[in-house]
Design a protein around this ligand. Structure first.
Ligand SMILES: C[S@@+](CC[C@H](N)C(=O)[O-])C[C@H]1O[C@@H](n2cnc3c(N)ncnc32)[C@H](O)[C@@H]1O
Length: 344
């Protein structure tokens, strides 16, 4: 029988000598490392993760593109808002701008659309136009039609006739061309170069079922008179549809609008700081609906004429005493507008 070797665990004579260099024997038999087949092999270029380096996240291409687009939009949007607010805040040179700036439109007709296309798209104005126009029916009159920015949205299947009217010949000419391109088959259309303050009748010689105006109150020095005229040219059960812009819900924004209004009016022929609530109230037309957007600066307004369309009332001469109850009524009308616009 062979003797057990020296220092073997089974040797009873001497315990093994402890040395600081000698590792303690493990209580199990170590196995060589074999990576499992399902685990991905580590890339030779990837740095081994340590507790101080967080793992690197690489987004797939399909996620990166929308992220870059969102970043680009945010930067561009931020820059646009910054420059817009800055331009409003900039001290305006004292300008002697007349209240009537309607002559500005002849000169800007050729580039008007290019100037407003993009802004109207991203602010949703284009969508509002489309929605408003869907309400048109019967004999339709659009006043202050400009370059015909609503031409694409007429629901012609519901329109017996269409009359487009504007004071500016060059603006109206662009509207006419657009119409001919878009609706060559629709023959019952007229283009009238005249003021919306003057009388106008439908091709059948009667009043209109629908009267529309988009962004026209800002351009006329007599907005109440214009609304009164719209009341005269619409049928008693007809509708007056407006999309307008003016003062906002907020004082700080109104201050910015006031500050920049003369420069803007001088350039664009539009006073963007008008008190639309006061104008509607003063017109005394019946308010069917008012909705406001863009911090209150964009106004969707549906009106209908008073009983008799105001025709009987205005035929009589007002004496000072007769005017008093009317003025009281006016403030009631203004309150009615304010209430409707607050409901949104
Ligand atoms: C700001 S542009 C709006 C044009 C168009 N409605 C739109 O939504 O783009 C105002 C238009 O009102 C017209 N306008 C101003 N006063 C007018 C009046 N008394 N009668 C008819 N048109 C008038 C101008 O010639 C101009 O085309």
């Amino acid at each position: 029988m062979r003797n057990p070797p020296k220092n073997s665990p089974s040797s009873p004579q001497r315990p093994p000598q402890k040395s600081p260099q000698t590792p303690k024997p493990l209580p199990y038999r170590p196995q060589p490392y074999r990576p499992s087949e399902s685990a991905p092999a580590p890339s030779p270029s990837a740095a081994p993760p340590t507790s101080s380096t967080p793992p690197r996240v690489v987004l797939p291409r399909s996620r990166r593109i929308p992220l870059y687009l969102a970043l680009g939009t945010a930067v561009f949007g931020g820059f646009y808002i910054y420059s817009f607010v800055n331009s409003l805040r900039a001290p305006q040179t004292k300008l002697d701008v007349p209240a009537d700036v309607t002559d500005r439109y002849d000169a800007q007709a050729s580039f008007f659309d290019a100037e407003v296309n993009w802004t109207e798209w991203y602010t949703g104005i284009k969508k509002l136009r489309r929605k408003l126009m869907q309400k048109a029916h019967g004999d339709v009159l659009e006043v202050s039609a400009g370059t015909g920015r609503n031409v694409d949205f007429f629901p012609l299947e519901k329109c017996r006739s269409v009359t487009l009217l504007d004071l500016s010949g060059p603006m109206l000419e662009i509207a006419r061309k657009k119409w001919m391109e878009k609706h060559p088959a629709y023959k019952n259309v007229r283009f009238l170069q005249q003021s919306a303050l003057e009388p106008v009748t439908s091709p059948g010689g009667v009043e209109f079922d629908t009267v529309i105006q988009t962004f026209g109150l800002c351009s006329t020095p007599e907005p109440e008179k214009l609304l009164r005229n719209l009341e005269k040219v619409v049928k008693e059960d007809g509708q007056i549809l407006l999309l307008e812009h003016g003062r906002s819900h907020y004082k700080w924004l109104d201050r910015l609008l006031d500050n920049s209004a003369p420069l803007h009016a001088d350039k664009w022929g539009c006073w963007w700081n008008k008190d639309i609530a006061a104008i509607i109230g003063a017109s005394e037309l019946q308010v069917v609906k008012i909705k406001r957007r863009h911090l209150g600066t964009t106004w969707w307004i549906e009106l209908k004429p008073r009983k008799g369309g105001g025709r009987v009332e205005e035929a009589e001469e007002d004496t000072a005493d007769e005017q008093r109850p009317k003025l009281e009524q006016r403030s009631v009308a203004e309150q009615q507008v304010a209430r409707k616009s607050e409901k949104k």
